[in-house]
Design a protein around this ligand. Structure first.
Ligand code: 1GP
Length: 248
């Protein structure tokens, strides 16, 4: 059976790296969803992530359904909490915040969510999530109550990513936080990429296609952008991101 994980692996093998666009199914994107998903469909991006650290109303699942119904690429749930689990996706990043020491986000939410993932028949993709200090107090950091990794100590990041791999994670996600002032630095990405054998996702604070390409050259297997699409960059910007990432 073809899985979303095998799709991601194929993208990585064929294109060198992939582009995932994050759409936050929050009320701030109400009324814009159709345009956002159409832009992604026509951009050459390899998948859509849906999720957010904090959702400000009860419309998450309705918007997720809308996104899934229009998407022409796989939709992966990137949940900020167990409340975001639902049927409107092809797979879920089954994440543990391995950079933190908060048991709720290391194993607590996962125990609550696992039976729901099974009941919904979702494909879980075990993902080691590592939050960095991107220069401000990010929502992900605040909501998870976890201390972020320093940007300037690559050896600490390598040790965490290796621990994630040895625990059986299938992906490692280096997160600077949505809208971060600074993206995860190239030397940290390359140190981690050289030491692990599983795909490496990098996101947070990547605003320009050339920066995305630089992160791929450093060793990222997938780039995530969220703010870029929400800030009105439109289809052209997404296409430039996809081209830069695939061409790097
Ligand atoms: C956040 O990594 C993603 O979880 C995307 O970040 O919104 O800064 O692109 P941006």
């Amino acid at each position: 059976m073809s899985t979303v994980y095998s799709h991601l692996e194929k993208v990585r093998q064929k294109k060198g790296a992939g582009y995932l666009v994050l759409i936050d199914p929050d009320r701030k994107n109400d009324g814009k969803l159709e345009k956002l998903v159409m832009s992604v469909n026509h951009s050459g991006a390899d998948g859509i992530l849906i999720g957010g650290s904090l959702i400000m109303d009860s419309g998450f699942h309705e918007r997720a359904e809308k996104i899934k119904s229009m998407a022409e690429v796989p939709v992966i749930l990137f949940p900020g909490s167990v409340n975001q689990l639902g049927p409107h996706c092809d797979a879920v990043f089954f994440m543990s915040i391995i950079s933190g020491r908060n048991p709720t986000y290391l194993i607590g939410e996962q125990v609550v969510g696992a039976p729901l993932v099974k009941d919904l028949g979702l494909e879980p993709i075990p993902t080691g999530y590592m939050i960095f200090d991107g220069g401000g107090y990010s929502t992900a950091e605040f909501m998870s109550g976890s201390r972020p990794l320093p940007m300037n100590r690559p050896e600490i990041s390598v040790a965490h990513a290796l621990a994630g791999q040895y625990l059986g994670m299938k992906l490692i996600y280096l997160e600077a936080g949505s809208g971060a002032e600074s993206a995860v630095p190239d030397d940290t990405i390359s140190a981690v990429a050289k030491n692990i054998d599983i795909p490496l996702i990098v996101g947070g604070g990547i605003r320009k296609p050339e920066v995305a390409a630089q992160k791929v050259k450093a060793g990222a297997s997938f780039i995530v952008t969220g703010t870029a699409i929400e800030s009105g960059g439109g289809g052209e910007l997404l296409k430039s991101f996809a081209d830069a990432i695939h061409g790097a």
